[in-house]
Design a protein around this ligand. Structure first.
Ligand code: ZN
Length: 527
């Protein structure tokens, strides 16, 4: 039995084929987070995947926000499935029960905690040597704690407590339990690229919660020890790789940090102590798989799954809009033009909230998301083609386009030709956004005719002003002697809106000479 968890940062990561991607992951149960699929956006191609049955939790609030889904191979069809952790969303048959103690939550709090589509639970039967066991798989996308929204810190901790109550209640009732997903907290210093940069690393309430939830391996308890003094769950990756450093699952796309592996490990497969000890045979991360700002994580168990004869009522195949359509699957197996798929830009997706999470996690100062120029996107198309042709057919990697920031360099390891993003020029072009059918185009490429057609004199003036005066020449950073990038202060405060120059290289550890140096210069206000 193999399980995979992956924060996919939008279901469109699978644009070139969910089934192909899943088959390549080769897992019985695939749990994805941050689908950005709400009920209004769920389409058949996503809901009904040949050979799998799927279970979704949708955000009840914002459209296209959050969301988790569990896909099970037909040979791993669960016996029960449920949306949410609290039981309040459970108005259908096939729910699991065992909700634990909710005395510290009000009904309203429970409702809010389950309102954002952050948990799906499936319950399976497995054959372990001579006996049949129940395994409950809790797929979660734990909330982030936006440092600028203190109420979300509380929300995140409440979610952790509710998760723990449910997981431990299922365990107490006799089922084995796997909790997996994007937990949004790096546990130990080894799970963080730069723990010394974090104030009071160990005092973070999320880390404290993990300390209590997980068994403390540092005590080197003998195998026969009673674990009741430690937590009830094991971080399976860390138990197989106790000292592996640089094992990260999430990198900021904002700073291009995947190239320097300046990341955090916040995606986990936790298993109850007994299941971890008796059934897990391997667990690892898959940093080579791109397509999202997170990578997949897998775990393999000795036991084998026993499928239910039909999916439980929560399965998407029973949703009225898809009911009865499984028979017409051939319609969805039309060969997709891979080339067309790859050239499609992912920038059209709504911004990933992971970037804010990474800011929280790795202390990046609030900077504006880098917009990309047309010349850059053409460069990345070129390098995509090059990469595609150099990869063997059928490799999992071939399903994903390279990260844009990786594509910016002329080759994977060369950082020398990192281009300049000038946001002042781009700000002008964004004014003319609608005139160019949504294409982000650098000001210089726009004709006066386009400008007049829009009939916006203000935008026209800004456009010509930028062409005539040109952007301010960027200074060069002191360490690399390379042109800097212009950024704008986004964070509220006395400097909001002010522009500054920083080294153009991707963020990385201070000791990495290839990574961003500490060059910083304000743009003079007068200009
Ligand atoms: Zn530099």
């Amino acid at each position: 039995m193999k399980v995979v968890t992956w924060n996919i940062n939008g279901i469109r990561t699978f644009k070139c084929g969910i089934k192909k991607t899943f088959d390549a992951l080769d897992a019985d149960i695939i749990c994805v987070q941050e689908t950005k699929v709400t009920r209004d956006l769920l389409d058949e191609r996503t809901a009904i995947v040949d050979g799998y049955n799927s279970y979704f939790s949708f955000s009840r609030g914002r459209s296209g926000y959050s969301g988790v889904a569990t896909y099970c191979k037909d040979s791993a069809t669960p016996f029960a499935a449920e949306e949410g952790l609290s039981g309040l969303l459970t108005n259908y048959a096939g729910a699991l029960g065992c909700y634990g103690h909710h005395s510290e939550f009000t009904d309203e709090e429970l409702q809010l905690l389950d309102n954002e589509g952050r948990a799906v639970i499936t319950q399976h039967r497995v054959q372990c040597s001579d006996k049949i066991r129940s395994v409950t798989v809790i797929n979660v996308y734990c909330p982030r704690a936006d440092p600028e929204k203190p109420e979300r810190k509380q929300f995140k901790l409440q979610f952790y407590k509710l998760l723990q109550a449910r997981a431990e209640a299922m365990l107490k009732n006799g089922s084995s339990v796997i909790v997996l997903g994007d937990v949004n907290t790096s546990h130990r210093p080894i799970d963080h690229c730069d723990p010394n940069e974090i104030d009071d690393f160990e005092d973070n309430p999320g880390r404290k919660w993990l300390n209590g939830f997980l068994r403390d391996d540092d005590n080197n308890m003998p195998a026969s020890a009673d674990f009741s003094h430690g937590g009830k769950f094991v971080d399976t990756f860390r138990s197989f790789h106790p000292t592996r450093t640089g094992a990260f699952t999430c990198w900021s796309t904002l700073t291009g940090a995947r190239r320097t592996n300046y990341g955090t490990r916040i995606d986990y497969i936790f298993a109850d102590n007994q299941l971890a000890k008796e059934q897990f045979v391997a667990a690892d991360i898959m940093p080579e798989v791109e397509g999202s700002d997170h990578c997949p994580v897998w775990g393999a168990l000795r036991c084998s799954l026993l499928p239910n004869s039909k999916p439980p009522p929560l399965a998407t195949c029973y949703l009225p809009e898809f009911a009865g359509k499984q028979q017409k699957l051939s319609r969805f197996l039309v060969k997709v033009d891979q080339k067309a798929c790859r050239s499609e830009s992912k920038e059209a997706l709504p911004g990933s909230q992971e970037e804010a999470e990474m800011r929280e996690n790795i202390n990046v100062t609030g900077t504006k998301r880098i917009m990309r120029t047309e010349s850059v996107s053409q460069m990345s198309k070129k390098s995509k083609t090059a990469k595609t042709s150099s990869k063997p057919q059928g490799s999992l990697l071939a399903f994903f386009k390279p990260k844009n920031e990786k594509a910016l360099g002329s080759s994977q390891n060369s950082l020398k030709s990192f281009p300049i993003h000038d946001e002042r020029a781009l700000d002008v072009s964004s004014e003319l956004h609608s005139a160019t059918q949504g294409k982000t185009t650098q000001g210089e490429h726009l004709s006066a005719q386009t400008c007049n057609a829009r009939g916006d004199k203000g935008a026209c003036f800004g456009f010509w002003k930028s062409v005539l005066h040109g952007p301010p020449p960027p200074p060069t950073c002191k360490v690399h002697g390379e042109p800097c990038v212009l950024r704008t202060v986004k964070k509220d405060g006395p400097n909001v809106g002010r522009q500054f120059f920083v080294c153009a290289r991707p963020q990385g550890h201070a000791a990495n000479p290839e990574a961003r140096c500490n060059f910083f210069a304000w743009v003079d206000r007068g200009k």
